[in-house]
Design a protein. Structure first.
Length: 336
């Protein structure tokens, strides 16, 4: 039996989590704060490893864990923020008690920017499940305003969080279309992708609101990244199908900017946009395009395709893929 006056070991903590003994786990977390920095980091990493194996429940543990978001050691805070990202991906409901502390980390301009980035990411996942807990005006302002001033690593997570805010409730960003569109030319392709995704979701519910982003979206139709271009075409198609007339039909290019295999993600959205521009019946549109559900189910796969390293084997059809191959499989069209 462990000494109740001594800080717990990582093995002891993970053992309690595996047993589902949350009462004793909370007591151990309280004692963990008195441990040395290295022990705190190792314990939190061990907890994160457990969290990566759902359906392990962390109900009632977010509050005690959130104390480490304000730890004096930067590495401990970052490890904790990463833990909350992991939890929010699989169990967003369990993270709700920590939303306030995560929002404080995001709002702290003096905080290490990676901690702010991970806090934003965790908040985004919670917003996708429980938007009412995250989308207060102050937090939305921190997410949106940070797009202008933050480090690239933070901006990427801010944009991702905004996309999840939209997925949680498209109404939350319907009055922010113009301010989001100001950043559609960001040099980071993931920022551009996430913001285009947020606008697509808003456009699914309020297509007329995309009029405030017409010109920035028109510019994305020639984006060098095929996934950004696809989302841009999807958003522009939603606008074209609204009661708000677009000034002129854009030239739509569905070829890959680098001459590589064109992903079906792009060709389907270009087709969707063309149909909306000529007012074809919506029933003839490609399936899985222009709906909130299609964005919800596909966007993580697209990001994985955009960020995957070169080479390897397609996990869907087994095609060997050399270094430098396109992020969509040329045989089956699935994202890597």
């Amino acid at each position: 039996m462990s000494d109740p006056d001594q800080p717990p070991t990582p093995d002891h903590l993970t053992g309690l989590l595996q047993q589902g003994d949350h009462g004793e786990t909370v007591a151990c977390l309280d004692r963990l704060g008195a441990a040395d920095t290295e022990t705190r980091k190792r314990a939190l990493r061990a907890i994160r490893a457990i969290a990566e194996e759902p359906p392990r429940s962390f109900e009632d543990l977010a509050g005690p864990l959130s104390a480490f978001l304000t730890d004096e050691d930067r590495a401990v805070r970052l490890t904790t923020a990463k833990l909350f990202v992991t939890l929010a991906q699989s169990e967003p409901e369990a993270v709700r008690p920590a939303v306030g502390t995560l929002a404080e980390r995001l709002a702290d301009d003096e905080e290490f920017y990676y901690v702010r980035a991970r806090s934003a990411e965790a908040l985004g996942y919670v917003a996708g499940d429980s938007p009412e807990d995250v989308t207060d005006p102050e937090t939305l302002a921190d997410l949106r305003v940070g797009l202008s001033f933050d480090e690239p690593e933070v901006k990427e997570k801010l944009a991702k969080a905004l996309a999840y805010v939209a997925l949680g409730d498209p109404d939350r960003l319907r009055h922010q279309v113009g301010s989001l569109a100001e950043h559609l030319d960001d040099e980071d392709e993931l920022v551009r992708y996430h913001l285009c995704t947020a606008l697509v979701v808003v456009g699914c519910a309020h297509p007329e609101k995309l009029a405030a982003a017409e010109e920035p979206l028109r510019a994305r139709l020639t984006d060098e990244n095929p996934y950004v271009r696809g989302r841009g075409a999807e958003a522009f198609g939603l606008l074209a199908g609204s009661d708000t007339a677009v000034e002129s039909s854009p030239a739509l290019d569905e070829g890959d900017a680098e001459g590589e295999e064109t992903p079906s993600f792009l060709t389907e959205r270009v087709r969707f946009c063309r149909q909306r521009l000529v007012d074809e019946p919506s029933g003839s549109a490609p399936s899985g395009v222009g709906t909130v559900e299609s964005v919800r189910t596909a966007t993580d796969d697209v990001v994985e395709a955009m960020t995957a390293p070169d080479g390897g084997e397609c996990p869907h059809c087994g095609l060997a893929r050399p270094d430098g191959s396109p992020p969509m499989c040329p045989r089956c069209g699935a994202p890597r």
